[in-house]
Write a protein that binds this ligand. Sequence first.
Ligand SMILES: C[S@@+](CC[C@H](N)C(=O)[O-])C[C@H]1O[C@@H](n2cnc3c(N)ncnc32)[C@H](O)[C@@H]1O
Length: 399
Amino acid sequence: MTSTQSNRESNRDRLAQLDTFLSNTRSLWQPQPFKQVRPAWCDLYPQLTEALLTLDDEPLQFYSDNPESFLPWLVEQLPELTPLLGWHELPVKQTSAIELPGNRFFDGMGGRKRSQIEAFTCHSGQIEHSVVEWCGGKGHLGRLLGHSWQKPVTTLEWDGALCEAGCVAAEKAGIDQVFHVTDVLQPDLPVALTHQHAVALHACGELHRTLVRHSIEQTAVALDIVPCCYGLGCDDIYQPFTEGLSLQLQKDDMRLAVTETVTAGQREVVQRNKEMAWKLGYIELRKQQTGEAGYRNIKPIRKAWLQQSFREFCQQLAQREELMLTDDADWDRFEQLGWQRQDEVMRLLLLRHSFRRPLELWLVLDMVCALEAAGYQVEYGTFCERQMTPRNIMISARR
Ligand SMILES: C[S@@+](CC[C@H](N)C(=O)[O-])C[C@H]1O[C@@H](n2cnc3c(N)ncnc32)[C@H](O)[C@@H]1O
């Protein structure tokens, strides 16, 4: 058996095992504590539920920020989840020694974006062909790859203003880079991927999946992608590339794979907590006023509503839902109830969030196996720390 074959089988085996594990544990990660006061697993595991609900604020904060540190705690409570530890271990992509240009090259680029494209460039391996950059924004990544490997770059991006800014930056840096204002989801693309090296950094959901499909169909010689926002553009039920999998992921499950806020600032976290608490308070109020017990979706809210009082917040939401709220509602009580629910939701979520990485890995392995089945040699692994971006898995495929 060649090493490529054994790699292929080990990735297929890994995907099959993960598929079984996630299917068998679905009742633990699929229910959303925001929508269900007590998911069914709370009855099955009362001790775990109690231990979670009584966690102090400090460990809660720590475990929420460092999900991997939570795993030993969880496995102690529920030893059958021991395999979770393994599903959080990802290979680290090898680096190439690349001399990166100085600060002037990165003028106008945010610090985090710069670190990401530098890390991408150092981990993608040798580039021997012209590059096609998929959903490239201002083409920062393409510009750096063009500079580092002295290859022409074609950047595809549908926002004309970003393309124009990218053109200016490429000219200034003396890079052979052209931009096409194009919708990459449309069938007729201005370039074919045949004989090209395709790259994509954080092309969301259907955008990166389309690139994988095109690369296979048009036999791109190489592909380096860092996927993100897996749920974007996905059908109600995700259609895997690989046949024979039993897990059926719904849109909400796909979102779970990317709900980490590790790069959020303190203000964003405070705002997110308040939004969650107020929405939960409103849900309880709505239940009381309408007698409806079930969960009804709340559309995204305008952030300005959070600057008002809780009462005005509820009135705005109710108006949008064409619901009449009585004036004498006990606003303080419902706001307090909202905060209490938020407190509980954050604790119960620790369990659901422990499955985020394995779910992401399942989605990544699905693409890895499809590329391998199409004859590529594929490597995947993390290319930077989570603090730089939680979407830190890179897939590299070579013909
Ligand atoms: C998350 S950004 C990533 C940009 C760039 N790769 C980077 O990392 O800086 C996604 C980019 O995809 C572009 N985009 C979204 N949908 C697209 C489509 N259908 N066709 C082409 N570009 C698209 C957006 O305008 C945006 O620039």
